[in-house]
Write a protein that binds this ligand. Structure first.
Ligand SMILES: Nc1ncnc2c1ncn2[C@@H]1O[C@H](COP(=O)(O)OP(=O)(O)OP(=O)(O)O)[C@@H](O)[C@H]1O
Length: 232
């Protein structure tokens, strides 16, 4: 994917996004690009529109105006069925809290996306075990989310987000509830795996140390994106 000047077409691009929640304008013309394999940090004060931007880019909510393209193709106006298929096959998401299913073991939480895609249970669980190992949580297979530490739970959530080989992982404050050591372990695991698999990451954080793991950082302010200096 490249234009006439040889510049890579962004994997994901938001142009002039506007989104209101009731009378609150969360995005007021935000534009941002994410390139294949890039790790992009989106920072900004509380309420500046970071989560809303992520939700629009991930196809979770539709913008009121502006456009979102994936691989150069507009997708914000796709019918819900196509959108959810795109989310399932191309994207992975990790949030700050509560995304694991409490009744399932760590192993079954990680295996779930493969089971939903039709993989046989035994194969899905074997692959899930490998992913738990990769994220340093081998030995915790049979524990339920409530029995894991916050950092372990986030690494299980990352394994689940990455197991299908997504092109983009959306991570909304993935270390927001963790101490600095657990935060470092989660970020190291995320960055290492994303680099290895060429997965792009859109990372929302208010923590400068976490943002420093990214290739690039943009800051949201009052629903508008302001570019910053390249950080790596
Ligand atoms: N579902 C909603 N209903 C009403 N208002 C909302 C909703 N979601 C977000 N908002 C408002 O939209 C604005 C942007 O919210 P958003 O969550 O995108 O910001 P944020 O930068 O991610 O904030 P934080 O860092 O505190 O999570 C805020 O004023 C927020 O109160």
């Amino acid at each position: 994917m490249s234009d006439r000047e040889g510049t890579a077409v962004p994997l994901l691009a938001a142009r002039d996004l506007v989104k209101a929640h009731g009378r609150t304008r969360a995005l007021c013309g935000a534009s941002v690009e994410l390139h294949a394999g890039e790790i992009l940090a989106v920072t900004g004060t509380s309420g500046s529109g970071k989560s809303t931007l992520l939700h629009c880019l991930a196809g979770i909510v539709r913008p009121d105006a502006g456009s979102v393209t994936y691989g150069g193709e507009r997708f914000d106006q796709l019918p819900e069925k196509r959108l959810s298929e795109l989310r399932r096959t191309e994207f992975g998401v990790v949030f700050q809290f509560g995304q694991l299913i409490p009744e399932l073991t760590a192993l079954d939480n990680v295996a779930l996306p493969l089971l939903l895609a039709g993989t046989r249970r035994q194969d899905a669980q074997a692959t899930a075990g490998e992913w738990l190992e990769r994220f340093g949580v081998r030995g915790q297979e049979d524990l339920r989310p409530g029995e894991l530490s916050g950092g372990q739970a986030q690494r299980v959530a990352l394994a689940r987000a990455l197991i299908t080989g997504p092109k983009v992982v959306f991570a909304d404050e993935p270390t927001g509830a963790l101490d600095s050591l657990a935060s470092e372990q989660v970020m190291t695991a995320l960055v290492h795996t994303a680099r290895e698999s060429g997965t792009a990451v859109l990372l929302i954080t208010h923590d400068a140390q976490v943002a420093a793991y990214a290739d690039r950082e943009v800051r949201l302010s009052d629903g508008i994106v302001a570019p910053l200096e390249v950080t790596a």
